[in-house]
Design a protein around this ligand. Sequence first.
Ligand SMILES: *Cc1c(COP(=O)(O)O)cnc(C)c1O
Length: 386
Amino acid sequence: MKQRMETSLIHAGVRDGYANKKGAVNVPMYLSSTFHQESIDEFGEYDYARSGNPTRDALEKAVAELEGGVRAHAFSSGIAAVSAALMLLSQGDHIVMTEDVYGGTYRFVTKVLPRFGITHTFVDFTDLAAVEAAITPTTKLLYMETPSNPTLGITDIRGVVTLAKQHHCLTFLDNTFMTPLHQRPLELGVDVVIHSATKFLSGHSDIIAGLTVTADEKLGQDLYFIQNSFGNILGVQDSFTLLQNIKTTDVRFSRSAESAQKIAEFLAANPLVEQVYYPGLESHLGYDIHRSQCTSAGAVLSFRLPSYKAAKALVEAMKIPVFAVSLGGVESILSYPAKMSHAAMEPEERAKRGITDGLLRFSVGLEHVDDLIADFTQALEIAEKA
Ligand SMILES: *Cc1c(COP(=O)(O)O)cnc(C)c1O
């Protein structure tokens, strides 16, 4: 019987296998680095916990099931998952990557990979013709992030997958903003799905974690080899926490996305707000594409105030959200991309991506939406006078 995602979220990876022989409803934490072997010439399923641990295994099985893949791997951070996946490439390979990629991915691709002879071209992935034009004979990978950060740019996943097949490239997609609940890249032909599980999947601003998932057994084995060689595994306690928190992803994400829609509409109607970026607004660039490949507009939005002064006044006046980097937590998180996630980027590059001095990003948490709107209302009045 094919179960709905809400059901799989609760039970995936938990009931079967080594992880749980005693009937506990929660997968035990196997805090063990090594495993006793019964025989000198025949080893058991586990030998050393970098290579495999039953708690991490249960998490990886659950995530593979949720994404509709065959293999998943859990890493010590989202960036560890990104960099491990990029290690599938070799010297001489070229990457075509979305220009509004996550800052840490940008850093790895621009500062680390070139030392190993792996080159890149950044392109606006909302423009398929530009993506195709950037493909060279050595291009091995098209790298997507959709919706992207912080202006929620939408990539046509099917279009990029078609290009990749024509040019014999792999496709990776950072699915952090949508979760497996609402965007199913493997079903659209993407080769490797990547998550910063630090965000919505863990959802409580408690752990740093990353995931990769693939529908291809051979690619899965290659990723396992890299995970074991690199050693950037997710620890047992964090694997346990993530497995627990994943169970409530649907209720958390649905509520936050519902509130995000209301807040986006509220902000769009406020005269001080110059622009709202949210895939749930019909005015958003790529609205139709997003709807054709996702079942939610998500819980992150950005909006532009006229100046740095107005943005500063709003940040200082808001009482409910935390002002911080990161997103996807139960608490709403307000952040200032120009000085936070995109501080390392040159001002011209930031401007090209719409990251102006008045831009703020808001990750909607689980506070009551009317309280959040009331908070925005009073803070916008103050910002208007700034
Ligand atoms: C946060 C984030 C990452 C990096 O994940 P970490 O867990 O912080 O290493 C990668 N991609 C996106 C879209 C993110 O938001």
